[in-house]
Design a protein. Sequence first.
Length: 329
Amino acid sequence: MFTRNIPNIIIFLCLILQHASAQEEWIRINKRGPKLGTEVQIILYTTDQSLGIAVLDKAFQIIDSLNLVFSDYDPQSEVYKINSNRKKSSVAVSAPLYDLLVISQGIATESNGLFDPSLGALTHLWRKYHQKNRKPPKRKVRRASKNVGYQKIKLGERSIQFNNSKIKLDFGGIAKGYIADQIADYFRDKNINSFFIDMGGDLLMGYPPPNRGGWAVLSEPCPEILELKRVAVAGSGATFQHIKNENIQYSHIISDLHPTGVIHQKETRVMAENATVADAMATAINASENTWIPRELISQESSFFIHIGDDSFMKHYINYLRAQINLCK
């Protein structure tokens, strides 16, 4: 479900244990594994090793539990069952699914459908033909396009209504970010604030490691090392997933404007105060061929955008990036 191209971001992390004081030893705890169709890595720092291990194990359980909500691959998942229900009209949904639907519908409205959680009919068609490395036939694309449209989904009280029973949900452009934010909230509840979450190239950082200014991130193709903290970075583009047809490359980034996938080769990166926003905005902007820039974003060179929805985040990062980021054209 969540497989998506990984932006060219390489993470360099400090591997040395450090001391916050003579009394407290900070311990680095790391766990990684295949999740959500990608490789997930989570790092945290704590003074309580047993707590850190337990919390990290729980974080991976959160990934699994939310995958059973949002996946459109797993037959046991909530979204898969909704998509398979051919008689759906009004459907009661779980709290996480309702929460993500509210967020998704808001971004879909703001982006005029560049990001759209109802694109499942088109994305499923794209996947089928991606396996054959063929572009879907126009007639099938036209048929699938009739079964998409965020306007055809209405939100009730912990329920959703479909004006078209053939609509299929797909949260591939936002769910990884949402799951990362849920894990971060869990860490903070456990008073663990120094963490790094890598969801296959989409990053969410808390406070930096002890005695460090930030998490060291190298952004390619430029030799620019950034020290980042309390920030999410997400990317979107056609580098790793595409179909080639008559020398035209069709990306897996799909919208109502580009039902067979965008054909530009641009990479889009968004830096935001939370991973949900970064993930969805990167998808929407790339779907627009980097032409749609909402009011909450400031554009930098080389398709890098900064979300400014939070005032304190904005003041800190706009000044920081103006001073330090110099991405290549």
